[in-house]
Design a protein around this ligand. Structure first.
Ligand SMILES: Cc1cc2nc3c(=O)[nH]c(=O)nc-3n(C[C@H](O)[C@H](O)[C@H](O)COP(=O)(O)OP(=O)(O)OC[C@H]3O[C@@H](n4cnc5c(N)ncnc54)[C@H](O)[C@@H]3O)c2cc1C
Length: 442
């Protein structure tokens, strides 16, 4: 790595360490990043009142090695900047979440999936090393092989409760200038799942995700990198990507426009009207909406909040899950991303993995469902997933009782790492942060 970049990074780390060591008042800590947070905004989220550790200058790409196809970058680098920089070398990150300003640190500490997940899992599954700053200001170098292997595995999905990610090393893959998409339409779930399984086995496409427009229309977007395109489309102003998948049979996008095709909202594109998008669509991307929601979070409804969440359903259980979903909730479209089980994550219990027979999940995402029934849809979802061996990501509203939560998430592994990186609980524990503080409960 360039010594100047290394030096600049060391100065930033020293500043973060000094902030951590100066924090002695016992108040919970959370992070101030430069980019907006992509957590589903919740009313009264206590993180707004926390003391902050400022990591907003961790935004530099420290090294791109085109020969080893590896990148080293600070945790606040956004995927839009990363894709631009790596494409200059003909490379891209292996898993690129769809929203431009998701950061690489946030993608590891929270969650990250994309249309390459059917081969490689999440962005974290493409990472080789993390630099983690503990609550006491120690700096750990963590890899899957060294003495901090468990820290390496557990920071994924720990939502910043197991220290601060300051630097990440991750793999890149060769890219081409364009992505050619074919939209395969299916009228039954069985045919849809068979097509997904077939592409996943044959590996005949580079990208795969889809939109379930209704229980009668399932679209699979199968993409490949190509060098030439007869035309290109982009979906960052008036055109809406997800609706185009029901009308078109194929499409060509420049590679960055492909990665960020959902940046105006996945299926909850705003402004909703054509005229609204014509006037304001260029100015209002996902980051702007999230910033507005953060500012007025206290105005959001506390009871039965609108549902924006994603769930991982074992592939064999998808028919049962979607039959239940249609009966109970019946809200479409759904975004779906096939996700390979590339590693039995240490943050889930051993019992969870033993009971799971599937090698693939289907991640299903709901954006902006208003709750209508007598029961809270978030909680209904938690219960159904429990029954089917699915997992709900913790970015949204969470209603798990604590005992149930720790039957899913691996408490012995979590506690072992917590003891090392944050023994005084400065960052809260995972349950308290995601199921209580985020929900406005002390
Ligand atoms: C509307 C919406 C749409 C989304 N769409 C997609 C999508 O298309 N694809 C996808 O993969 N994901 C999507 N997500 C999920 C998103 O990728 C995750 O929420 C991700 O964790 C957000 O990263 P961020 O950089 O915004 O981090 P933040 O939201 O700021 O942080 C996420 C968590 O990680 C912690 N954290 C952040 N940075 C660090 C760090 N450096 N060290 C330690 N902890 C840290 C924070 O404290 C927080 O608890 C979406 C989320 C929302 C709300």
């Amino acid at each position: 790595m360039n010594p100047d970049a290394q030096e600049r990074h060391a100065v930033k780390v020293a500043r973060i360490v000094a902030q951590l060591r100066a924090h002695t008042n016992g108040k919970p800590l959370s992070l101030r990043k430069k980019a907006v947070s992509h957590q589903v905004p919740k009313p009264g989220d206590l993180r707004h009142r926390d003391d902050k550790i400022d990591i907003s200058d961790l935004t530099e790409i420290l090294e791109i090695d085109p020969v080893r196809r590896v990148c080293v970058a600070e945790s606040g680098v956004t995927f839009v900047d990363l894709v631009a920089a790596t494409l200059a070398h003909g490379l891209v990150p292996i898993v690129v979440p769809e929203l431009k300003t998701i950061t690489i640190g946030g993608a590891v500490a929270g969650c990250s999936i994309e249309s390459m997940s059917f081969v490689r899992g999440g962005f974290h599954d493409t990472c080789r090393a993390y630099e983690v700053i503990t609550a006491k200001g120690d700096v750990l170098h963590c890899t899957p092989e060294n003495e901090h292997a468990l820290v390496f595995q557990m920071v994924h999905g720990a939502f910043g409760t197991l220290g601060i990610l300051s630097k990440l090393t991750f793999e890149l893959v060769p890219a081409k200038k364009y992505v050619h998409l074919r939209y395969e339409r299916y009228t039954t779930l069985a045919d849809y799942q068979a097509a997904i399984a077939d592409h996943a086995e044959r590996r005949d496409v580079d990208f795969m995700d889809g939109i379930i427009h209704s229980p009668q229309l399932y679209v699979l977007a199968a993409g490949r990198f190509v060098d030439r395109a007869p035309y290109t489309n982009r979906y960052d102003w008036v055109k809406v990507y997800y609706t185009s998948t029901a009308r078109r049979f194929e499409d060509y996008l420049e590679t960055p426009h492909y990665f960020f095709r959902y940046d105006r909202g996945v299926t909850n594109v705003r402004p909703k009207s054509f005229v609204g998008r014509l006037l304001f669509g260029k100015l209002l991307a996902s980051s702007e909406w999230l910033r507005i929601a953060e500012k007025v979070h206290f105005l959001l409804p506390r009871e039965k909040p609108t549902v924006t969440l994603d769930v991982f359903v074992p592939f064999s259980k998808v028919p049962e899950f979607l039959a239940w979903y249609e009966r109970e909730l019946d809200f479409y479209p759904l975004w779906c991303v096939p996700y390979r089980r590339v590693h039995d994550y240490e943050w889930l219990t051993d019992g969870y993995w033993k009971a799971l027979g599937d090698e693939m999940f289907l991640d299903l995402a709901i954006y902006g469902m208003k709750q209508r029934g007598p029961r809270n849809a978030h909680r209904m979802m938690e219960e159904k997933l429990r029954e089917l061996g699915g997992i709900k990501t913790l970015i949204s509203h969470n209603y798990y009782p604590e005992e149930e939560f720790w039957q899913i998430f691996n408490k012995p592994n979590y506690d072992a790492v917590k003891q090392l990186v944050d023994p005084d609980n400065a960052f809260r524990d995972l349950y308290t942060k995601t199921c209580k503080a985020a929900m406005g409960k002390v």
